[in-house]
Design a protein around this ligand. Structure first.
Ligand code: FAD
Length: 528
């Protein structure tokens, strides 16, 4: 095992336990920041069946920032609107994505095929010079002191070893041994329903037998979800009824019986049928000393808007830039406390919203289901309303944000298309992914000397955005946006300046020079 020094002479700066979707992105983010990292997983191979199926634009932006998007795009497709049908088969609402121009520069909601995407992400992570990947290596236990963690490992040839790290990110999944060893309990948001998840590869000739869009059949006699995956991949999620044995219901004969309304064994290959209890659980602590929990190790939620995997990737997107600052001595270790504060509250809020959607879908009482349908239609003014998946995902509301909160604080900063001398690109390509001060060039505030000093203290980049159609204004810090996404955003929020974090969440917005200078000075102090 190759060794190199972390901050206190440790073998590694960071060890990432678990190389599933959360761990593999953590390793890439650490590699991108040139941090000495060891990534381990007790399994050698990517799990060969699809599990998570949805990915959103925030995650694709992160992959694009890493240079990993190209490798996964062949396995990704748009997530079409999901039609929700009531107890009598009537359309009661739609869940769709926000319309164009897309706020982050990518299709806002997508489906993907997990095994090849995970394989591409593993290849990407392994290519970083500062990342060692040890597959077939299991974490047996660990001890921590004030300045490092000692991890006890065993490989699949039964060889054991102990290594040290400055920090550990435990991405070891729902039954995380790390979480258990730390004695961290889950807060139970109280959702516990048995479902059968069925993945099919459907013959092209039979695709037309299936619904044309994604669907939720909120039928009290058998709530069922239908999701259109990439290519010929189709998924049914079917609620199990009292008295049904989950193991028996996974049997192909039972599965085909449940699908008979739509499709037969002559039409498709059964790829996977697995029963789950859909839970809503959030770890009560996300950091203990030098060990952090992320991904399913920290939370689990029902899959009704396909946020399971996205939540975990958001976790490590939040954590790694903070670890980077702390490991490079740019910020004190207190910055790391904001990880759990921010992510725990965000996950709790999103999971609560997902749970509410789940309660609507899982209603088994026919009278209550009729009342539900009438209520949902009434909320839409008597017609099926369209809700966007993006409005269901909340902003950050606590942690490293400027207070008092403005509606823009904690939201994701948009990414417009930018016109360059050679064509078009997205904003992050020219503005980067560090701290940014983005000014509306139509009426940008003047930056006083103290504001400029704060920019230097933080290591923040200044960008002024103008319309590609506006004449004049040029300069090294000016970029020209093509679709008016940012101009509309500044107008909507009534501001002229936005301070944007490395994970693209808005720290604060300002409308005048003094407020901006104060906010920058406050941030510089909080980051030190
Ligand atoms: C079988 C299954 C089915 C799922 N189905 C759905 C679904 O239908 N829809 C949906 O949205 N989400 C689903 N999920 C959840 C979704 O896949 C997860 O949200 C996502 O995989 C979380 O990624 P993760 O990296 O946090 O955890 P995982 O994908 O669970 O990865 C954890 C990794 O840690 C490794 N590991 C564990 N302990 C150790 C140890 N001691 N030492 C070394 N390595 C260790 C494991 O081998 C594993 O590779 C499913 C998950 C599973 C496991």
């Amino acid at each position: 095992m190759a060794r190199s020094s972390g901050q206190h002479g440790s073998d590694y700066a960071v060890v990432v336990v678990g190389h599933g979707p959360t761990g593999v992105i953590a390793a890439s983010l650490l590699g991108h920041s040139h941090i000495r990292t060891l990534a381990i997983d007790r399994q050698r191979e990517v799990y060969d069946k699809p599990r998570a199926i949805a990915i959103d634009h925030e995650i694709l932006r992160l992959l694009d920032n890493l240079g990993a998007a190209e490798g996964v795009l062949p396995y990704i497709a748009p997530f079409p609107a999901s039609q929700h049908f009531g107890a009598k088969g009537q359309l009661i609402r739609r869940i769709d994505m926000v319309p164009e121009p897309y706020p982050l520069g990518y299709t806002p909601s997508m489906v993907f095929t997990q095994p090849p995407v995970e394989a591409a992400l593993r290849a990407h992570a392994a290519a970083y010079d500062s990342v060692d990947v040890e597959l077939g290596t299991e974490l047996l236990g660990f001890d921590q002191s004030l300045d490092h963690v000692t991890l006890h490992l065993r490989d699949d040839k039964q060889a054991t070893d102990s290594i040290t790290a400055d920090y550990v990110i435990a991405c070891d999944g729902a039954s995380s041994g790390t979480r258990q060893a730390l004695g961290i309990a889950f807060e139970d948001l109280v959702f516990d329903e048995p479902w059968l998840v069925v993945d099919l590869q459907v013959d092209s000739a039979a695709i037309a037998k299936l619904p044309e869009t994604a669907a939720q059949f909120c039928d009290p006699s058998r709530p069922t979800s239908f999701i259109i995956g990439p290519g010929n991949h189709r998924r049914f999620e079917i609620m199990l009824l009292p008295g049904e044995d989950p193991r028996e219901m996974e049997e192909p004969a039972q599965v085909w019986r449940l699908l008979a309304r739509w499709i037969t064994p002559d039409d498709a290959t059964l790829w996977r049928a697995a029963s789950y209890r859909f839970h809503a659980l959030v770890a009560k602590e996300w950091r203990r000393g030098r060990v952090f929990l992320a991904g399913d190790a920290a939370h689990q939620q029902p899959p009704f808007i396909g946020q399971g995997m996205c939540q975990g990737i958001r976790d490590v997107g939040n954590l790694v830039w903070k670890l980077d600052r702390v490991l490079k001595g740019q910020s004190g270790a207190e910055l790391l406390d904001t990880y759990g504060q921010e992510r725990m509250e965000h996950v709790r809020q999103l999971t609560t919203r997902i749970k509410a959607i789940g309660h609507v879908i899982c209603e088994r009482d026919p009278v209550a289901a009729d009342e539900r349908d009438a209520r949902i239609l009434k909320e839409g003014g008597g017609r099926p309303r369209t809700v966007t998946r993006q409005e269901i995902v909340p902003p950050l509301q606590t942690g490293l944000l400027a207070f008092p909160l403005h509606p823009a604080h904690g939201t994701l900063f948009p990414q417009p298309g930018i016109r360059t001398a050679t064509g078009r690109c997205l904003l992050d390509t020219v503005a980067g992914t560090g701290w940014r001060l983005v000014l509306d060039a139509r009426n940008a505030p003047d930056l006083a000397a103290d504001a400029r000093a704060s920019l230097a203290r933080i290591g923040m980049r200044l960008i002024r955005v103008r319309s590609a159609d506006a004449a004049g204004q040029a300069g090294s810090d000016i970029v020209a946006e093509e679709d008016g996404v940012l101009a509309a955003w500044f107008d909507h929020h009534g501001c002229r300046a936005a301070i944007v974090r490395p994970d693209h969440y808005v720290f604060g917005v300002a409308n005048d020079n003094d407020a901006l200078a104060r906010m920058l000075a406050e941030l510089a102090t909080r980051l030190e």
